[in-house]
Design a protein around this ligand. Structure first.
Ligand code: X8Z
Ligand code: ZN
Length: 582
């Protein structure tokens, strides 16, 4: 058999990619190792090591991306052209080629991470400064507006010292992005979605318009209930909701309010936090539940090294970055999570979220290096969440956590809980990068960072700070992903996609009933379809991956709306006579 003739440009591109990807893999492993040590042991030395490794990786990536440009001839086979194109998009940060500026930028990025990880606040009347998780607990439980405002304001003070560094990061990051051919860093982030950056921005607006009326309805109901509790002098009849009263530091998830919002008779008939607490005090055992879910779908168990090397709890003796994350240190099988686990319903979901990342990472580990990523970043964030949608009462009964599943009379409570988590999140998920895109495009200048931030939080979320915030504050810095330089639109997309994935996966699986009562636990065929999609990695445009799982090739909030339909009808009734919006 004669092999087809490979023409010289193709051969050249193949050779180049092989060596470029080998170099990027080596550099990326080195960077992951330094980042892992830094995030689990914050010291000036580990900060410097992480910054240096990052600088080397960025310099190598930029050099490679520039060398790739002349090789991308029009007649290259599709997959090769795609790999060449993706080379300049593998990193969320590109430094300028000037060595001093590159060093400065990577130093700033590491320092911002460290500042966030080390941050503490001592609430009024307490002896010691508390880390974020403990402040979050107070926000969940307290109903004293003065205490809530104190904790909220104390944590937000961590942003102010980041302002100068953040402004410089924008300047240098943009300079880097321009050197590899993007108008600015925001346009670079928007270019990773297999469509023109502008078309992507419109796509996001379209999805928001699909869900906005539902959000308004939830907002109106919650505002009325909070007004009844705190009085009209604290919660206005018409205006935005004070952000410190929503049970979460960023008002991005309102689940903590559930016990106060669920009307009698519709509260969930069980309390997952209590059920877990009765079973175990060991975070590892809680992670095992999530692993067993994936095993039931036919995925191999996690490697022994996962259990040996992950960080499951906040160490007593050192500063760490507690914000949950999933890692694959060798881009093959050295999977880990890093998380300060509380044994409660919220972290039960977050554990499924993180393991979704791990199983994705392992599923695409055979791909060429630049394809070892999700179809788009919203896919990565949606997998574990889609699995957690299968944590239904019936599933909890099957795994022995719950004795008896409530009947349909429990549905409103269950749906309200999910909506307080997922629907409340949507405008927040959207606005973080709406704000950053404008910052990167220099439509928002440093002297209006905070004003514009609160203008957007009001416009999209309908929330307001406990007291006016001026430009001496820098409130975006109090949200992890901003100092950590993690793009955020992925979470907005994931909150829409996870319902679309769930609907796609349950179709053809056993059982019937409404979407919110369906589970794919133990469904091997669904698992196989999921595994096939995951193993594609980034090798194909994301609409193909979406089609493989759902048969649809457009992102669509229809599944989310279908899932919540009974709750929406109920909320609309509850809101009768209330004015919507702010
Ligand atoms: O950051 C995360 C994950 C890690 S990728 C825990 N999430 C966003 C957040 O916490 O702000 C998940 C939901 C949104
Ligand atoms: Zn995630």
């Amino acid at each position: 058999m004669s092999s087809p003739r490979t023409d010289p440009p193709t051969l050249e591109a193949e050779r180049f990619l092989e060596s470029a990807e080998r170099e990027l893999l080596d550099r990326s492993i080195e960077t992951q190792q330094a980042e892992w040590v830094y995030a689990t042991y914050i010291t000036p030395e580990t900060e410097a090591l992480a910054a240096r490794a990052n600088a080397r990786l960025i310099a190598a990536t930029v050099a490679i991306a520039k060398r790739a440009v002349p090789l991308a001839t029009p007649d290259l086979p599709g997959p090769l052209a795609r790999r060449l194109r993706l080379l300049r998009l593998v990193l969320p940060l590109v430094a300028p080629s000037d060595a001093d500026e590159a060093k400065e930028l990577t130093r700033i990025v590491a320092a911002l991470q460290g500042a966030y990880g080390r941050a503490r606040y001592r609430p009024a009347g307490r002896p010691d400064p508390l880390p974020l998780e403990e402040l979050e607990q107070i926000l969940k439980i307290s109903r004293d507006p003065a205490q809530l405002a104190d904790v909220w304001t104390g944590w937000h003070a961590i942003g102010a010292p980041m302002r100068r560094d953040f402004a410089r990061y924008v300047e240098l990051g943009n300079r880097g992005a321009r050197e590899v051919g993007f108008p600015d860093m925001g346009a670079m982030w928007r270019s990773k979605y297999d469509m023109a950056p502008d078309a992507f921005a419109r796509e996001v607006d379209r999805l928001w318009e699909q869900v906005r009326p539902f959000y308004l309805s939830l907002h109106t109901y919650v505002r009325r209930r909070l007004r009844e509790e705190y009085g009209e002098s604290v919660v206005p009849r018409r205006g935005p909701i004070p952000a410190h009263l929503l049970g979460n530091m960023w008002a991005q998830d309102w689940v903590a309010l559930l016990p106060r919002l669920a009307p009698a008779g519709s509260a969930p008939a069980f309390d997952l936090t209590a059920l877990l607490g009765q079973r175990t005090t060991d975070p590892v055992e809680v992670v095992r539940y999530a692993e067993r879910f994936f095993s039931s779908l036919g995925f191999d168990p996690l490697p022994a090294s996962f259990w040996e090397r992950s960080m499951f709890a906040r160490p007593a003796d050192r500063d760490v970055v507690c914000h949950a994350s999933a890692w694959d240190l060798d881009f093959v099988d050295d999977l880990r999570i890093k998380m300060c686990i509380d044994i409660d319903a919220e972290d039960f979901r977050v554990i499924h979220h993180e393991l979704g990342h791990c199983y994705y990472q392992r599923a695409y580990n055979h791909q060429p290096f630049v394809f070892r990523d999700s179809a788009h970043d919203g896919f990565h964030e949606a997998i574990g969440d889609a699995i957690a949608l299968s944590v239904t009462p019936e599933y909890l009964v099957r795994i022995g956590l719950l004795d008896r599943a409530p009947g349909p009379e429990g549905d409103l409570g269950l749906l309200l809980e999910r909506a307080l988590e997922k629907v409340a999140f949507l405008p927040f998920g959207l606005l973080i990068d709406q704000w950053r895109w404008k910052v990167f495009a220099e439509e928002i200048r440093p002297e209006e960072f905070n004003r514009s931030w609160w203008e957007m939080r009001r416009r999209y979320q309908g929330v307001a700070p406990p007291a006016p915030r001026g430009e001496e504050a820098f409130d975006p810095g109090a949200k992890y992903h901003i100092p950590a330089n993690v793009p955020y639109m992925r979470y907005f997309l994931a909150h829409i996609l996870q319902f679309q994935f769930h609907r796609g996966l349950v179709r053809g699986a056993g059982g019937d009933g409404p979407l919110h009562r369906r589970s794919i636990y133990g469904e091997r065929a669904a698992g196989e379809r999921l595994r096939q999609m995951l193993s594609m990695g980034m090798s194909r445009p994301w609409p193909e991956a979406l089609r493989a799982l759902t048969g649809e090739d457009r992102m669509d909030a229809g599944a989310l709306l279908e899932y919540f339909a009974p709750l929406r009808a109920w909320l609309d009734e509850q809101n009768d006579g209330e004015e919507l919006g702010w």
